[in-house]
Ligand binder design. Structure first.
Ligand code: CDP
Length: 232
């Protein structure tokens, strides 16, 4: 049986950490759609596009071919054949991604790839519009959030661990700007799908969130499958 778990939410809510762990527990594949938008942003940065010019972004993005490979369970994003994973988590790439992902041409290019991945195997897919647009029929939908201060603190620690210098207030400002761009754009804005379960992780540990999502999966997929078999 193929099933899909969609996890959406704002920047720094912990989606990727949580989604990876849930996928490992269920022995299915984790699909990080943010990394695809980041790869596209990297391409646009390398091509020096004007981020204020949507027409230019829409045109230049046509030159980027993005595909995904899995090596030892790790998602590798290929940009025109090059493994660009090492560059994707940079702050400037994330900021550009939140600008360029509002572009319909950029979204169009990635939508197909994401739907095909989810149709071919069981996945935990995280992003902004997975439950609302990409996989409206996902068996499990989670909207994972946390307060903007908590999210900024998490991102701050993540950067510090990597030895990068950063400023908490600046990160918080960046996160709030990014949220507002993601939530207020015209195409596929970030919002909770009607049938998504809201999980606020501000006061929860990673393990608690993973457990909570596995429980929701159990109720929605395993139990309902058993009920269906008994009824049938
Ligand atoms: O890890 P973080 O939450 O900071 O960002 P990400 O998930 O890597 O996504 C980077 C940017 O790509 C986001 O700010 C969104 O604007 C965009 N994105 C999107 O529009 N749709 C998705 N399905 C995933 C990401």
């Amino acid at each position: 049986m193929i099933y899909n778990i969609a996890i959406d939410g704002p920047a720094g809510a912990g989606k990727s950490t949580i989604a990876k762990k849930v996928a490992r527990e269920l022995s299915c594949v984790y699909v990080d759609t943010g990394a695809m938008y980041r790869a596209m942003a990297l391409y646009l940065l390398r091509r020096n596009v004007d981020r204020e010019n949507p027409e230019e972004i829409g045109e230049v993005c046509q030159g980027a071919e993005i595909s995904i490979e899995y090596k030892n369970g790790e998602q590798i994003v290929l940009l025109n054949g090059e493994n660009v994973n090492p560059f994707l988590r940079r702050e400037e790439v994330g900021n550009m991604a939140s600008v360029s992902s509002a572009n319909p041409k950029v979204r169009e290019k990635l939508l197909d790839l994401q739907r095909k991945l989810a149709a071919s195997m069981s996945v935990v897919m995280d992003g902004r519009d997975i439950g609302t647009t990409i996989l409206p029929n996902a068996e499990v939908k989670i909207y994972l959030t946390a307060s903007s201060l908590t999210r900024a603190e998490r991102r701050y620690l993540e950067l510090q661990e990597k030895g990068l210098s950063c400023d908490l207030e600046e990160i918080r400002k960046d996160i709030e700007e990014r949220d507002s761009r993601d939530m207020n754009r015209e195409i596929s804005p970030l919002r909770q799908a009607e049938d998504a379960v809201l999980v606020d992780s501000s006061e929860m540990t990673i393990e608690e969130v993973v457990k909570c999502i596995l429980q929701i999966f159990h109720e929605k997929v395993i139990l309902s499958d058993e009920v269906g078999k008994n009824e049938g």
